[in-house]
Design a protein around this ligand. Structure first.
Ligand code: F3S
Length: 403
């Protein structure tokens, strides 16, 4: 692999042992994937934050790297933690978990990372431009960066993203190369797409069919997904098929700018979402928690919840996870008051997949997220109901899932 003088010097340790270790990781990955060179990145999104996911070994790894002097050299944002970093006591998070979680975020802070704690960094200031090279981890964020923003990133792991943030480089392979961004699967989606859950169910079904190919969607005339719909579609595909890039005809930037369709692309037809709903939805009636905000909710989604609640009192817990800056925007528009007035809660900083839910006596969850459903089952072993935001709100009001 060709390295610049500066990169070689970093590999020899001219920026200290922490930066040398980071450069070794970046170069090793490049060699594994056959990269010819490294590419500078303009931003990084680091995953591996929730203490429930990384555990004590992860915390020690991060603290040690920070103590060695690891410092980021490009703007770097952070994935969600396993709890609200400020309101964890009110939410009943056990103290031992909380203190370890705070140590994790402190290690990242020491490295110079913005403690944004969100999987939607693009909603809170980290929004790369078309064709910009970045190194992001977190599957739904990667999908959004590549597909909706037209930036270029592979699906980095936590340590490789962190290494990219410390070196300002990533190996140039995979989705950093134009030829790998071509679509080889056409999805003719003739099904009705009315809600975020519909886009999530579609994404879930398509993810299972991609077999490492970039999908290209043709939607019904008149269906024009906005940022929230694309966020839901990409997150579900990332969960069920590790899809890091997709195109939507006439909607996503690369599909509008050039011919992204390979001549030998296979075509599949999706006429109904029934299969997606059937695989995602469970049968549990009693629900301990209704979760909206996977990926983290936008202001528009929060407003939709407040409107649907319409001042009604809740019988089940309702948590909306969102970036703290989005929570603050919701506060200034009095959406928080409207939601909390009903008994709901906007939880900042957190993803429930790494949260200590069982310690909070939560064993059944309702959500409108295909990705959330997938991981609540596989990581947390919980019972999950999957449906539209409206169904989820009705469930929170009734205290049980309604048929
Ligand atoms: Fe975000 Fe966690 Fe869902 S990281 S996409 S809220 S699984």
């Amino acid at each position: 692999m060709r390295l610049t003088r500066e990169e070689e010097a970093a590999l020899r340790g001219n920026r200290g042992p922490a930066a040398r270790k980071a450069m070794e990781i970046v170069v090793a990955l490049g060699e594994v994937y056959g990269a010819e060179e490294l590419v500078p990145v303009s931003s990084v999104q680091v995953a591996g934050v929730s203490y429930g996911n990384i555990g004590q070994a992860g915390l020690e790894f991060l603290s040690e790297w920070a103590q060695q002097g690891a410092r980021v050299v490009v703007p770097t944002t952070l994935n969600p933690a396993g709890m609200d970093l400020e309101a964890w006591q009110e939410l009943g998070i056990p103290e031992a978990y909380a203190l370890s979680q705070l140590e994790v975020t402190e290690a990242y802070r020491d490295m110079g990372i913005t403690i944004s704690c969100s999987c939607t960094p693009y909603l809170v200031g980290n929004s790369p431009a078309l064709h910009e090279h970045v190194a992001w981890s977190e599957s739904s964020a990667v999908s959004y960066a590549n597909s909706v923003l037209g930036a270029r990133t592979n699906r980095e792991g936590g340590p490789s993203a962190l290494a990219a943030a410390i070196t300002g480089r990533t190996a140039k392979y995979g989705l950093h190369l134009e030829q790998n961004r071509q679509a080889r699967l056409v999805v003719e989606a003739a099904c009705a797409l009315r809600s975020l859950a519909d886009f999530s169910a579609l994404g879930y079904m398509v993810g299972q069919r991609t077999a490492d190919r970039v999908p290209y969607f043709r939607l019904n005339a008149g269906v024009r997904p906005g940022p929230d719909e694309l966020k839901a579609l990409g997150a579900a595909m990332a969960a069920s098929g590790a899809v890091a890039l997709y195109h939507v005809q006439g909607v996503t930037p690369e599909a509008r700018l050039r011919d992204v369709l390979a001549t030998d692309a296979e075509v599949i037809n999706i006429e109904s979402l029934e299969e997606g709903y059937e695989s995602l939805d469970g049968s549990q009636r009693d629900i301990d928690l209704v979760w909206i905000g996977c990926p983290h909710a936008s202001l528009a989604e929060i407003e939709h919840v407040a409107d649907e609640l319409a001042g009604r009192r809740l019988k089940a817990r309702l948590w909306i996870t969102a970036a703290r800056d989005v929570l603050n925007a919701a506060k200034s528009r009095r959406l928080t008051d409207r939601i909390e007035g009903c008994g709901g809660r906007i939880v900042a900083d957190a993803c429930l997949i790494g949260a200590p839910l069982r310690e909070l006596n939560i064993t059944s969850v309702a959500t409108n997220s295909g990705k959330g459903t997938f991981y609540l089952r596989s990581h947390q072993g919980l019972q999950v109901r999957f449906g539209s935001l409206v169904q989820c709100v009705e469930c929170a009001v009734a205290g049980r899932w309604l048929a």
